[in-house]
Ligand binder design. Structure first.
Ligand code: ARG
Ligand code: ZN
Length: 475
């Protein structure tokens, strides 16, 4: 899906440019909820996390430590019943704060056990607590909600979030869709641990992230309990539901593998999924130990979706993946999942690395060398969409899944490799996920790390490959 000649994971989506429209939204919402009022300003959490591409994603004033999600889904009616309990820590005094939630109906909100006032303003669920929450203190927000979840349409025209399928739901939240199925501080800046308790019709399987703690069937329904104890960005959470064949085993490294496969995809998926342990072992040699205790795959049959997602610990595929896609989504466990973005503008740190991992996989498994893959792409004329915008500054949310981010992002890494040599290059790609494990990383930090390890000045190279417009000159 991300090789030269193939389309990257984005699709469709040539719509009117929206950034001018979007840019006015936070101001409008801030005005509506009174955040701009001088008296309320100090104790009101901001309605966004400050991301220019998705200004209302995430919120200000607190950090979520844990999400405890209890969900019940009726596949035939597409009705979702949810309760979310968030444990959060105030980063400022708060009389009022926002969560992100779109669609659905909220029936009650409580803060520290006491009913709280709330209103809905677009994707903002505005919660007013009875008492001011003090900086540095933990608090709990419980939200009861229900309804028919609907995916969001992204600026590039793709759908994400809770996407119904004929036998359940394909649940993928990059970049915005987590808020279609649970109230969240919906920006990768804020990572948290998760517990999931998901009840589905008997015969269906609900697959989330992390470890399966248990499953129980009673009165025609089965409840699955999942736990992800490592920090996770909300877009990487899943609760995918379907009639799946399940396979479980442990790797030699003690990683618990859980594969859930739609029977319609099973024969095509089997030879690829069989490679998962060796792919993870190979990636661990390059990038350091696998960041999680569990792994696996969710192979759904979701013909309308058109992409896969690196859901944490257990990537989600819309159909049987090919080997490159498996390599790509699992590379994201290091690049994107363990080391997360602080701004969507830095998306090449996810996609450029995942694509470059595919190139390295070929190179080290009797396929094309990374240089050959690079050359085939570089041969494209200056008018090719590959050069339409720079990967380090894609310009808007519309562009974050485009070829310049994926392929030119990988090309930037290849240029780095040529500049510093294989020894330092492989030290750099090992050090990056090691230093920032279970945290965050920015482009500026990556450049600095590469300069430190190589002892070379690399600002020119990165400027050319990440930030300059047009087809760059190759070294
Ligand atoms: N991160 C995914 C991948 O390349 C792609 C997600 C695309 N999401 C979307 N809404 N178009 O592996
Ligand atoms: Zn990717």
């Amino acid at each position: 899906m991300t090789r030269p000649g193939r389309q990257p994971a984005r699709r469709r989506g040539v719509g009117p440019r929206r950034e001018t429209l979007l840019a006015t939204v936070p101001v409008a919402v801030a005005a509506l909820i009174g955040a701009a009022g001088p008296t309320a300003a100090d104790t009101t959490g901001a309605p966004g996390a400050g991301d220019p591409y998705f200004p209302l994603s995430g919120n200000g004033g607190y950090h979520v430590r844990h999400y405890d999600l209890t969900l019940r889904y009726e596949t035939s009616s597409r009705h979702l019943d949810g309760k979310a309990v968030l444990t959060a820590r105030a980063t400022q005094d708060l009389s009022r704060f926002d969560l992100d939630l779109t669609g659905l109906q909220v029936t009650g909100v409580a803060v520290d056990g006491a009913p709280a006032a709330f209103r809905r303003v677009g994707q903002e669920l505005v919660v007013t607590s009875r008492h001011t929450l003090r900086t540095g203190r933990d608090f709990r927000v419980a939200v009861a909600y229900n309804g028919t979840p609907k995916p969001v349409t992204d600026p590039d025209g793709s759908a994400d979030g809770w996407i119904p399928t004929d036998d359940g739901a394909f649940v993928a939240g990059e970049p915005q869709g987590a808020m279609t199925w649970f109230p969240a501080n919906n920006h990768p800046k804020d990572k948290a641990s998760y517990d999931f308790t998901i009840t589905v019709p008997q015969g269906s399987t609900a697959v989330a992230n992390g470890v399966l703690l248990g499953q129980r069937t009673a009165h025609g329904r089965t409840t699955f309990r999942w736990r992800e104890s490592q920090p996770m960005a909300s877009y990487l959470a899943t609760a995918t539901i379907g009639n799946f064949k399940v396979e479980r085993y442990s790797t030699d490294d003690g990683i618990q593998v859980y594969n859930a496969v739609d029977p319609r995809e099973a024969s095509a998926a089997a030879p690829v999924l069989k490679q998962l342990p060796s792919v993870l072992e190979w990636e661990s040699k390059l990038f350091g130990p696998y960041p999680y205790r569990s792994a696996g795959s969710i192979v759904d049959h979701a013909p309308d979706v058109g992409y896969a997602l690196e859901t944490q610990t257990r990537p989600l595929y819309d159909a049987a993946p090919d080997l490159h896609t498996l390599v790509h989504e699992n590379a994201h466990q290091w690049f994107g999942d363990s080391v997360s973005l602080t701004t969507w503008k830095d998306i090449w740190l996810n996609e450029g690395f995942a694509v470059y991992t595919e190139w390295l996989y070929d190179e080290q498994h009797d396929g094309d060398s990374a240089q050959e893959t690079f050359d085939a792409l570089y041969a494209r004329p200056a008018s090719d969409p590959l050069w339409a915008y720079p990967p380090g500054d894609p310009g808007s949310g519309k562009n974050i899944f485009g070829a310049p981010v994926y392929q030119r992002g990988a090309m930037a890494l290849h240029e780095l490799r040529k500049a510093v040599g294989d020894g330092d290059f492989f030290r750099i790609v090992h050090a990056w996920p090691t230093v920032h494990r279970n945290g965050h990383g920015t482009t500026a930090q990556f450049v600095r790390l590469a300069e430190q390890i190589s002892g070379k000045r690399l600002d020119g190279l990165f400027h050319t490959w990440l930030f300059a417009n047009g087809k760059p000159n190759s070294a």
